[in-house]
Design a protein around this ligand. Structure first.
Ligand SMILES: [Zn+2]
Length: 288
């Protein structure tokens, strides 16, 4: 059996544009495997739909930005380029022209597509890569993406690693800025509960890791706010204590917030929690 899949768009003037995005061929139903589309059929179709939708969007944007913002004249195209953008539904090669300077004196800007897509990937795909890259090895994360997303074999561990590291750098910059500024907490919470624990990571004696270290992990709970988690490397990171305090501030801890710390009662952890969290600490559930 055969089908043709079309998408239709109605433009602002009310005109209908119909485009064939693909054809499907499936056998008549004689076994359970014959029912509906296959995974590959789905990937093929969604990739084609994505390409069509994106092309229409790009075309509309280019038409809009081609007019000079100062005088309204249509600028000449200096250079036709293609820019590769990764999306969850396939890799696109979009039209990314550069325009000549306008006669009115407005200088030539860089390609509007380059400005719009500095990361060459949609945020949705980057978030997906980061989420998987945090849970699996970079290699496994790339394998999962290749398995389920259209256009195989284009995701690799290096892209996944780079995107995870980019997010890590952004979080680091944000945390350091918060620590440097220590902004006043707006609407501090009355009470905050922090569960805190530590985990030792043994040295592998490789050139990358020669020392054992301890990671301090915690969960912050406050009434009416989303819970927040934090982690810091205890001895190797000079900013560890400040990171934890920063996490508490951004969760709403003000000078008058009543803080309860839950730990397993281990002496070193109790001591550290007391020092790092600036007093006002209780240990109502010493488990040992
Ligand atoms: Zn102009």
């Amino acid at each position: 059996m055969k089908w043709t899949v079309k998408i239709e768009r109605i433009d602002e003037a009310g005109n209908l544009h119909s485009t064939t995005v693909g054809h499907i061929e499936r056998p008549e139903l004689t076994s359970e495997a014959d029912l509906g589309l296959t995974h590959d059929d789905g990937k093929y179709l969604i990739r084609r739909v994505q390409a069509e939708v994106a092309q229409d969007q790009v075309h509309a944007l280019i038409s809009k930005v081609r007019s000079c913002r100062c005088c309204g004249h249509l600028r000449s195209i200096k250079e036709h380029r293609r820019r590769r953008i990764d999306t969850v539904f396939g890799h696109l090669r979009i039209h990314a022209p550069r325009f000549e300077a306008c006669g009115c004196g407005r200088p030539a800007a860089s390609s509007p597509m380059a400005v719009l897509f500095p990361h060459r990937a949609t945020p949705e795909l980057r978030h997906l890569q980061v989420r998987l890259g945090c849970k699996f090895s970079y290699q496994q994360a790339a394998g999962i993406l290749n398995e389920f997303l259209p256009e195989l074999s284009c995701f690799n561990h290096a892209t996944t690693r780079n995107r995870v590291l980019a997010v890590g750098k952004a979080i680091e910059a944000e945390t350091r800025a918060e620590i440097a500024e220590k902004p006043k907490v707006e609407k501090p919470v009355d009470h905050m509960t922090v569960g805190i624990d530590g985990a030792f990571v043994k040295a592998t004696r490789s050139k990358n890791q020669r020392k054992n270290f301890e990671i301090v992990l915690g969960r912050i709970e406050t009434c009416g706010r989303q819970e927040k988690i934090f982690a810091a490397v205890r001895d190797l990171d000079d900013l560890a204590r400040e990171r934890v305090r920063s996490a508490l501030r951004s969760a709403g801890r003000g000078p008058a917030t009543n803080l309860t710390v839950l730990s397993d009662g281990e002496d070193a952890m109790r001591l550290m929690a007391g020092q790092w969290l600036n007093g006002r600490v209780e240990h109502p559930f010493a488990l040992r």
